[in-house]
Design a protein around this ligand. Structure first.
Ligand SMILES: Cc1cc2nc3c(=O)[nH]c(=O)nc-3n(C[C@H](O)[C@H](O)[C@H](O)COP(=O)(O)O)c2cc1C
Length: 190
């Protein structure tokens, strides 16, 4: 089967390093046979979660867009910046809005988590925290994650990963994830 992925970097910044990383990952996933919907996180911009707004008018437009793009995919490729050792607020907020929809869009879908940051940890602490709400929403989060340390030096001017070994490791990880995503998608559909 062809695995359909929604890919995005959870950063609104034009110069986002995580956007560079998701472009590399999306390109590799396509090379490996996946159908990739590469989204700009700005398409999913939404206000801070407010239960009264939800009750009065449902999901805001950004939330509706996030929901339908998730529902059209088998899995998610997310490059997520680490903020203060944890999940960044915009992504957590988006997950919170969409988590109120039934059936829950994340349930039964899979996710591969990536991050990059300026420091030596590459955002891995934020990814460990991001697993919690995603798994809480029923998402199969791939056991292996992909942090890229020193993100400010990690990309060539053309946007490739400068370290060839890192690029090869990412390719193998995505190859493995796509097999898992296909198997998990077949369970969801049955
Ligand atoms: C509010 C805030 C908190 C941050 N906290 C961390 C952190 O805990 N660890 C880290 O490695 N970098 C942290 N950073 C730096 C980001 O990793 C860095 O700005 C990164 O480039 C953001 O991702 P982006 O380029 O995709 O927007 C923080 C940045 C912001 C704006």
């Amino acid at each position: 089967m062809t695995v359909k992925l929604l890919a995005f970097a959870a950063s609104l910044r034009k110069g986002s390093l995580n956007r560079k990383l998701i472009h590399v990952a999306a390109g590799l996933a396509r090379e490996l046979g996946a159908e990739v919907d590469l989204a700009d996180f700005r398409e999913f911009e939404m206000p801070i979660f407010d239960g009264d707004v939800l009750e009065a008018s449902g999901l805001p437009p950004g939330g509706q867009a996030f929901r339908s793009r998730i529902e059209s995919a088998d899995g998610l490729l997310i490059a997520s910046p680490e903020y203060n050792y944890s999940v960044n607020g915009p992504l957590k907020n988006a997950i919170d809005w969409v988590s109120k929809v039934r059936p829950m869009p994340f349930r039964g879908r899979s996710a591969l988590l990536l991050a990059t940051a300026g420091g030596v940890h590459g955002g891995i602490r934020g990814l460990w925290q991001l697993r919690i709400p995603l798994e809480g929403c029923g998402c199969f989060v791939h056991p292996d994650m992909f942090p890229v340390p020193r993100g400010d030096q990690a990309f060539t001017p053309e946007g490739a990963l400068a370290d060839h070994a890192l690029h090869t490791r990412l390719r193998h990880l995505i190859e493995h994830y796509l097999k898992a995503a296909a198997a998990l998608a077949s369970i969801r559909e049955s």
